[in-house]
Structures are given as structure tokens and as C-alpha cells.
Design a protein. Structure first.
Ligand SMILES: Cc1cc2nc3c(=O)[nH]c(=O)nc-3n(C[C@H](O)[C@H](O)[C@H](O)COP(=O)(O)O)c2cc1C
Length: 199
């Protein structure tokens, strides 16, 4: 059996913020159960927003050369993706949205260059979403979930599970909820089990 590869994307600008601590627990859970996890902190990388020049129309390769290519290759070589983002104005963080938009080059490769038929889709990866917002509204995560659904589509990725927590605002708020951190650890372990189906 090939080793399970997971990529964990830290999407918050806060290094020790609420989503970062939750993701760290999920990563620990996955590592303790044998997965090989590559952690990527988006705020440390140099990734330009999509410039919509459609240089990718030629071959599906993005013309902007920066850290995107390395992140893309790691994600495409993985079985599972853990993504953590705070809710920022009912959407994902800007760091994460910039990364997502650059994957338009992969969408172009699949549907324009390689002409892959849209349906039926075969999932070859699974994803775990972790998100946190300060408020408590019913629709707090609706924007993120919709964006993620279409982002995962381009990666042939099934949304395996979400961990969504309301009412957390200041750095360290998550530490008042050890049960949430335990859930994240358990999700990391469960993720490894679920990914076993793909190997
Ligand atoms: C730019 C910005 C926009 C935000 N927008 C929202 C929002 O729309 N709804 C909400 O409930 N919280 C919002 N928040 C609060 C964050 O979601 C909250 O502080 C969260 O705990 C941050 O997670 P982190 O510590 O992982 O960065 C916003 C915070 C910032 C800085």
C-alpha cells in the first residue's frame, strides 16, 4: 500500500489563530495514524492573484511563476486535503481565495485543453474543511461551502467532512473549547481511515 499523502493548508493570516490550532490538531490526528502530512502556511508564500490573462489556454499551465506551482503539485499528488480558513465577510480568507483562483488554470486544462467530459465525476481525493466565525448566524458558512464545492470539483475531490465553529473571534478563543480541538484530532484520524479507500 502506498503511504497516504495529505496536504494541510493554513488559510488564516494568524499563525496561532483559531483555525490554525484546529488544523494543527487534525494534522496531529492524521500523523498519529500513519499519514504523511505536508503543512502549507499560505501567508508565508508568494502567490499572486489570478491576472485573468488566460495564458493557461495553451496548455493548462499558469503563466505566472511563483509558489502556486509547488502548492498545486503537492495537492495533485495527495490523497487528501485539509483546508482551514476563518470566515472573512462570509467568504474564505483572501489568502485562500487567491490560491483557489489560480486553480482556474487546472479548470482550463481539464475542460478546454484536455476536453474532459464534465459528468459523471470520479472522486480521486477527499477533503476536510475547518472554518470558524465570530458570529452565530445560520448562514455563516454558506458562502464558504458554495465556493469550496466548486473548488473541490476541479480537484476531483469529495468533501468528506466539515468542522464549522461559531462564536470564536479572538486569538486563543478556541482554547476555551477543548471539545472542538478533540473533534479536530478525531477528524484527522477518521480522515486517514476514510482515505484508505483510495489506496
Ligand atoms: C477581515 C475580517 C473579516 C471578518 N468577517 C467575518 C464575518 O463575515 N463573519 C464573522 O462571523 N466573523 C468575521 N470575522 C471574524 C473571524 O472569522 C474570527 O475572528 C475568527 O475566529 C478568525 O479565525 P482565525 O483566528 O483562524 O484567523 C472577520 C474577521 C476579519 C479579520
Amino acid at each position: 500500500m502506498q503511504p497516504l499523502k495529505i496536504v494541510a493548508i493554513y488559510g488564516s493570516p494568524r499563525r496561532k489563530g483559531n483555525t490554525a490550532l484546529l488544523l494543527k490538531e487534525a494534522v496531529k490526528g492524521a500523523q498519529d495514524f500513519g499519514a504523511n502530512v505536508e503543512e502549507i502556511v499560505l501567508r508565508d508564500l508568494n502567490i499572486s492573484p489570478c491576472l485573468e490573462i488566460y495564458g493557461c489556454k495553451e496548455s493548462g499551465e499558469c503563466r505566472i511563476k511563483d509558489d502556486f506551482q509547488t502548492v498545486r503539485d503537492k495537492i495533485l499528488a495527495s490523497h487528501g486535503l485539509m483546508i482551514a480558513s476563518p470566515v472573512f465577510f462570509y467568504a474564505v480568507s483572501a489568502h485562500l481565495k487567491i490560491l483557489m483562483d489560480r486553480f482556474q488554470s487546472l479548470w482550463v486544462k481539464k475542460y478546454w485543453v484536455d476536453n474532459i467530459p464534465g459528468e459523471p465525476q470520479k472522486f480521486i481525493r477527499k477533503g476536510l474543511l475547518i472554518s470558524v466565525g465570530a458570529t452565530k448566524g445560520k448562514k455563516l458558512f454558506d458562502g464558504i461551502l458554495l465556493t469550496l464545492r466548486y473548488f473541490f470539483d476541479v480537484l476531483d475531490m469529495e468533501l468528506w467532512r466539515t468542522l464549522l465553529y461559531r462564536g470564536l473571534d479572538f486569538e486563543g478563543d478556541i482554547l476555551k473549547h477543548p471539545d472542538y480541538l478533540d473533534e479536530a484530532y478525531a477528524a484527522g484520524k477518521g480522515f486517514v481511515e476514510a482515505l484508505g479507500d483510495l489506496c
